[in-house]
Design a protein around this ligand. Structure first.
Ligand code: ADP
Ligand code: F6P
Length: 324
């Protein structure tokens, strides 16, 4: 028989993402509505190992749904990647009476959750990352806000690029994945989009495209470059030398991770956070919450971590067709 869950721990881990606060709020309030206790764990697995654990009430999550970042703070913790660190983490959970933990983060954080589950602590992962790179789910908390933030910034760069008749290379985040870049490519109407999943490193093709567009009378040339390709500044120098068109690189960086979450992120975070609590209360463990084909779902963490995903071929083709 599944053990009864009385106390639920919650932590955020890896890169922060807008909407994490909405997820924390949902976990706390759903759990309390079911008569459970909640313990907040600060600074991800690092805080777990340091026993930075405190009781959370419904008031602790008041006035946070609209705030970016995470009130629990987040961290990357090397010690927790070791068997000794994981054992210590499980013992600390038991010491604090934590029967189940909800981990809000990305793939790496889910690997940590998987290890805790193996050591007898019930765990549920909630996908929180701006990168959208978690294979088992179509949606990750933070993506919508980040992509809108990047899109607005790129619109602004485009204004000045047009005024100066320049080429602009704009680098967006995404780690090894090109989802943010692809969405900005289409939404900003970029002339070229360089994705780690697709780019063939044919810089001469970019140069030819810029020269052709100049001949056609285009006043700007926007290249969205994904972080997974990087090197935007050196690329800008080479492109300027080869085309004679003034070229600037802008790396959007961490501004993409901040800011008030969009309605979509608040909504997804609230539903996924609450669902994670419901799963724990139903005796489930080693599961990841996600969204597939518009429906809320959950899946075994081992299965989820074995999956891979890539940018959509059709969307990429359309992105190329519309940029001509
Ligand atoms: P994300 O969760 O956004 O993918 P990271 O990959 O940085 O971010 O992982 C966040 C944290 O999760 C790491 O700092 C580490 O503490 C933990 N973690 C990552 N990989 C593992 C692993 N294989 N085993 C246990 N813990 C891990
Ligand atoms: O995973 C989110 C993310 O912002 C990635 O897009 C990026 O590669 C990475 O985190 C940056 O990490 P840091 O905040 O440690 O510089």
């Amino acid at each position: 028989m599944a053990k009864e869950i009385n106390t639920i721990g919650v932590l955020t881990s890896g890169g922060d993402a807008p909407g994490m606060n909405a997820a924390i709020r949902a976990v706390v309030r759903e759990a309390i509505s079911k008569g459970k206790k909640v313990k907040g764990i600060k600074r991800g697995y690092a805080g777990l190992l340091q026993e930075e654990i405190f009781d959370m009430s419904t008031y602790d999550v008041a006035d946070i749904i609209q705030r970016g970042g995470t009130i629990l703070q987040t961290a990357r913790c090397m010690e927790f990647t070791t068997p000794e660190g994981q054992q210590k983490g499980a013992e600390i959970c038991r010491k604090h009476g934590i029967d189940g933990i909800i981990v809000i983060g990305g793939d790496g954080s889910f690997r940590g959750a998987q290890k805790l589950a193996g050591l007898g602590i019930n765990t549920i992962g909630v996908p929180g990352t701006i990168d959208l790179d978690i294979a088992c789910t179509d949606y990750t908390i933070g993506f919508d806000t980040a992509v809108n933030t990047a899109m607005e910034a790129i619109d602004k760069v485009r204004d000045t690029s047009t005024s100066h008749e320049r080429c602009s290379i704009i680098e967006v985040m995404g780690r090894g994945a090109g989802f943010i870049a692809l969405w900005c490519g289409i939404s900003n109407g970029a002339e070229n989009v360089l994705l780690p999943e697709k780019y063939d490193y044919d810089e001469q093709a970019l140069v030819n495209n810029i020269i052709e567009n100049r001949k056609k009378g285009k006043k700007h040339h926007i290249i969205i470059n994904a972080e997974g390709i990087g090197h935007s500044t050196s690329m800008a120098k080479r492109i300027e030398a080869a085309t004679g068109v003034e070229t600037r690189a802008t790396i959007l960086g961490h501004m993409q991770r901040g800011g008030s979450p969009t309605a979509r992120d608040r909504m997804q975070a609230s539903i996924m956070g609450a669902y994670a609590v419901d799963l724990l209360c139903d005796g489930k463990s080693n599961r990841v919450v996600g969204e597939r084909n518009g429906a809320l779902m959950d899946m075994d963490i081992d299965e989820a971590l074995a999956m891979t995903k890539s940018v959509d071929n059709y969307e990429y083709q359309i992105c190329c067709n519309l940029s001509k």
